[in-house]
Design a protein around this ligand. Structure first.
Ligand code: FMN
Length: 190
């Protein structure tokens, strides 16, 4: 049997009741066969990025995050918008990865749990592209849970589970990763 595709998900909200984490959980629970999704628990535990602590001085928790990223076939990011920007915690996690070799060319799917937040989405895309990650536009998924009570969020996600929008988004990302691997190897050879 083929090894399952491993997707590592980064949630930019540390809130217990985060709608973005809930969307990631729904994606995880609706992932098609052969795809495993793990939601990172490390982002909120990272120290503030400091270039003086790179190389041999890199904190163990940053190495743990980097190892997860290295082992992942793709990354999923879901984050809220804070003051028309990216949440600091997520940007901090990304900053730790900028100078390392785990992220370049790693495929990324962006998911978003709000009908607002376009500034953050634009900044996220710019930051990820600047870090040489490969943002898969076709896999972008926006399902607004903002302002909905707990049961209304559950009902919305149940609808998107039933109409297979959640599983289809992951399948699109999976297909882009599988196709992209070949293209990237061809690019490397030429
Ligand atoms: C400090 C702070 C700043 C925010 N700034 C914005 C903003 O600029 N634009 C926006 O659309 N929402 C803003 N929001 C609302 C959040 O982006 C929104 O509630 C988001 O869906 C929360 O995501 P979460 O449920 O995953 O935590 C802000 C929320 C907080 C706490």
């Amino acid at each position: 049997m083929e090894k399952p595709l491993f997707l590592y998900a980064l949630c930019g909200s540390q809130r217990k009741a985060s709608t973005n984490r809930r969307l990631l959980e729904a994606l995880r629970d609706n992932a098609p066969d052969g795809v495993a999704i793990e939601i990172s628990k490390l982002i909120g535990e990272l120290p503030i990025f400091n270039p003086d602590r790179e190389g041999e001085k890199t904190p163990a928790i940053v190495e743990a995050l980097a190892a997860k990223i290295r082992s992942a076939d793709g990354i999923i990011v879901a984050c809220p918008e804070y003051a028309h920007g990216l949440p600091g915690g997520l940007k901090n996690a990304l900053d730790w990865l900028v100078s390392r070799d785990e992220v370049p060319f790693k495929p990324v799917m962006i998911a978003h749990a709000s009908h607002r937040g376009d500034f953050a989405l634009e900044q996220l895309t710019e930051v990820l592209r600047t870090m040489s990650l490969r943002v898969v536009d076709e896999a972008f998924l926006r399902i607004s849970l903002l302002g909905k009570a707990d049961d209304a969020q559950a009902a919305t996600l149940a609808d998107f589970s039933e109409n297979e929008r959640l599983s289809t988004a992951i399948a699109e990302f999976r297909d882009a990763i599988s196709g992209g691997r070949v293209d990237f190897q061809a690019e490397q050879r030429s």
